[in-house]
Each structure stands twice: as C-alpha cells, then as structure tokens.
Design a protein around this ligand. Sequence first.
Ligand code: DC
Length: 215
Amino acid sequence: MIIAIDGPAAAGKGTLAERIARHYSLPYLDTGLLYRAIGREMAERGLDPDDAAAAGAVAAALDPARLADPELRGHAAGELASRVAVHPPVRAALLDFQRRFAARPGGAVLDGRDIGTAIVPEADVKIYVTASPEVRARRRTDELARKGRQVEFPRILAEIRERDKRDSGRAVAPLRQAPDAALLDTTDKDIDTAFRAAVDIIEKARAEREKRASL
Ligand code: DC
C-alpha cells in the first residue's frame, strides 16, 4: 500500500506520516529532507540557491546519507529548501529516488508537496493535510519556543505565508490537493484526533480497493 501525504509547511504532515508508517509497519520517506539537504549543501559551499543549474548539479550528486543530518530539521534549512525546490532540474533529479522508495515491496508512506500529484499519482491512498496559516504559525512558534528559541509569532506567520505562496506558485509540481486526495484539515484537531481521522481515510480506501479487486 502506497500512502501519499501532501500539504503546506507546518500542517503536521511529518508527525502524522511517521505515525501512520509505524501503525502500518511501512517505510517512511520525508521528501522535504531531500530539498533541505540540497539547500543546506549549497549554503555550505557558498552557492546561490536561486541558481537552477548549480542546484540541479547538487541534487544529481546528493548523498542520501546527508538526510540524517539533524540540522536539516531547522527553520533556515526549510527556507532554503523551498527556494531550491522551484528549479525543474532539482525536481527531475529527485524523481527517481522517490519513485523507487514508493515502489518498495509492501509499499511505503511518503510526505511532501507533490507526492500524490507528480511522484506517485497511482498511490493507493492520498491525504492532503492542511490547517489555517495562523494555527500552523502558532504550532511552529510553540515548537521553536520548546527548543529554547525566542521567535515572534508575526514573523513566523509571514514566513509561512511566503512559503505557501512559493510552494503553490511555482511552475513545476506546485503544491496542490490532488483531485482524488482526501482533505484532512487539522486546524481544530490535536495530533491524536488527526491520526484517527487519517486511519479512517486509509481504511476506507483499503476497503474500496479490496471490493474492486473482488469484483
Ligand atoms: O516539508 P518540508 O517543510 O520539510 O519542506 C521544505 C520545502 O521543500 C518546502 O517548502 C518545499 C520543498 N518540498 C517540495 O517542493 N516538494 C516536496 N515533495 C517536499 C518539499
């Protein structure tokens, strides 16, 4: 079973995808880490993240071992990721790796922006996870505060809006809800409620698939 989870920044996709993967004993790929690793490597090497050709070359040579770097989870890496992710050569270079991951025997869970629309349009289940920009900014601010970082809510909200605009407005594989994706709005849901709603969506899709197979 291939489960595709997409949605904007800080909607809770990662936490949800990880829990779903554990629940169904499936491997999990956080595809945002790929773009984060490219952005970070470019910054380390003094390359311009807006240079499409340079970003494409870094993407083509990306070492998957870099995905374990804890620095990638940070806010700065997220911003860089969103910038390098607009370049078609970057997206093209990452396509194969993601598709091979999704094609693992037994299936996989992948989360990102274009999983259900571009990477695995044939996924068995597609969930589009979202929440209002204000709620996402509040969660991100609280998360950073727990890590001891003093950040201003209005700044985080402005950055989230900017990131939404860039991720949805780019020409190649923009952030979109796939027509056949179930919408999961977590604005008024805590993680346990959101997880139960996701499992309901998955079980319903699974029952429908089994019904079709038995016809
Ligand atoms: O999910 P995240 O916050 O780690 O993603 C960081 C950035 O990477 C995001 O703003 C856009 C880009 N991204 C993408 O374009 N496509 C994906 N499948 C995953 C992430």
